[in-house]
Design a protein around this ligand. Sequence first.
Ligand SMILES: Cc1cc2nc3c(=O)[nH]c(=O)nc-3n(C[C@H](O)[C@H](O)[C@H](O)COP(=O)(O)OP(=O)(O)OC[C@H]3O[C@@H](n4cnc5c(N)ncnc54)[C@H](O)[C@@H]3O)c2cc1C
Length: 408
Amino acid sequence: MKTRVAIIGGGASGLMAAIVAAKNNADVTIYEKSNRVGKKILATGNGRCNYTNINTSVNNYHGKNVDIINDVLDIFSVQNTLDFFEDIGIYPYFDESGKVYPYSLQASSVLDNLRLEAVKHNVKELTECNIRNLRKSKGQFDIITDDKIYNADKIIICTGGRAGSQFGCSGDGYKMADSLGHKTVTTFPALVQLKLESVFLKKISGVRYEGAVTSFVNSKVIRKEDGEILFTDYGISGPPVLQLSRETIEKLNTGQKVYLQVDSFPNLSKNELFELLKERFIKLKDRSLADTLIGLLNKKLIPVVLSEALNNYKDLTYSKLNKKQIYSIVNILKEWKFRVIGHNGWNQAQTTAGGVSLENIDINTFESKKVKGLYFAGEILDIDGDCGGFNLQFAWSSGYIAGYNASK
Ligand SMILES: Cc1cc2nc3c(=O)[nH]c(=O)nc-3n(C[C@H](O)[C@H](O)[C@H](O)COP(=O)(O)OP(=O)(O)OC[C@H]3O[C@@H](n4cnc5c(N)ncnc54)[C@H](O)[C@@H]3O)c2cc1C
């Protein structure tokens, strides 16, 4: 008789686990809460699905037992991921930073190919099937919904975390894990926009440009990132902000005062920017101070930067400006400081920091050390990656390992 493997949650890790287990001759059923599997995959990478990154290493991950990533990638590497996806129909597109997308640049092609492969191997899908709890009795598992109990020999919990709650992720898997005796490391949103304290935000909302962002506590740098930043009416967004949000929120959660510093000219030193501004002020000396900055700064930014830097800037022209005042403008442009007061929450977060503790999991198989026949994969575990394809890579690797071992 075939081993009956139940996959709880048909997201990235669940689909991978299902295909691998079914290929290995298991009788596989995916139990999915939403009306279709893989909804979140469609939203990944801005609809293009950045499904891995050729520069993946342990340095791109976080969690209490982050070192396990080395072993996980030894078992199912980025190259294995590229090969797996090429085999099922995804031709890769590599961007200059190492991110990998399907050549079609459509996340739907990743999901379509995963589903076609699942169908080929007779994976069954039960959608709109909200699993309430799991129980082990008499050598098999009960899979409990509101009105039915299903059975399986092995279970893989792939319910994701709490991030992207609009895609069906609301932390259900933690309750299942808890009821079967597993510890969870406190969760919080990661890869999410940050809320800032500033009276200027409404005025500069929508301003975007290439800059650098540093978060720090008590003058100690937490993390620095550069790239396109976007001011919004609640705070700040953009890839560098998402990238440093995890460490920033972790500190915020300890009650410490956390600040963000925005460098609007990361390629110029303070002295170089001083010289650039001075030359500009001299060349355009007949203009008001604000008008001299048109073409250098976004127009929405000009009055805000000048009023942050100077008293009564409207009365000033270059001829009345001293060196200290020019340096005040330089300081705002190079080290604009904002207090971080929060984040945009689970709905907007791209991943979950924390999760089911890896201390209870055998990393070679992803089987629980507490309950034989029970496996975990994906974001539900206490591992989260940076932006750039690393979270999906972990979902594929852990899904592969759990699916392969559950099928035995
Ligand atoms: C907007 C957005 C963009 C992203 N872009 C990228 C990207 O480009 N690259 C990258 O690497 N990562 C990206 N991520 C992160 C990545 O999508 C996730 O880390 C990854 O999907 C996690 O896979 P998973 O299988 O663990 O969980 P998920 O893919 O979240 O799947 C979990 C599934 O379980 C189901 N489920 C939950 N509870 C139950 C229940 N009680 N019963 C039955 N089913 C249940 C859910 O409906 C869902 O389908 C993005 C995330 C978001 C939100």
